[in-house]
Unconditional design. Sequence first.
Length: 179
Amino acid sequence: MAIRFTTEKRIHYNSIRDGSGGHPFVFQGKFMTSGEKGFTLVELLIVVTLIGVMTFIAVPRMGFSLITGSKAQTNAQKIAAAIRYARSLAIANAATNQQGFAFNMTGSPYSGFEIVNLATSDVNETGSIDPQVSCTGANDFRFGPLGNRLVDSDSLTVSAGGKTYTITVVSATGMVKCQ
């Protein structure tokens, strides 16, 4: 069985008539007549514009509760980290500071926090809380040189956008929980 190669070209009748030579990207056939259905360019532009306007209105409204909810989580984690830092300072400086360190909430309503050396009353670090976030509860957490909590106080509640986080410190060990 032998394979035969040929260079014969077959030309379609329409390509001879319209002069395109059968090129695939050249339109062959009739244009739309008035009886055929279709969309005009103006109709398509109106639909695309309406979809754009609806998207412009709807998208910003969808994300606000998610954003403020994540702000509550971020601020709660930030506060918990600062409380842990105050505890670690109390442990690290135990040899020279028998008083310990404190984490204090500042402002009314709470707008920030500070970490204070209880022996010298020096402020070691400060931080702010997002104005859209509400904090209620304990206003200070004091840690002794062993990292234990010196004074029992309530927990701290951080909330925004329908999300609430509670920060508590275990008195005996000084362990900080953010739930």
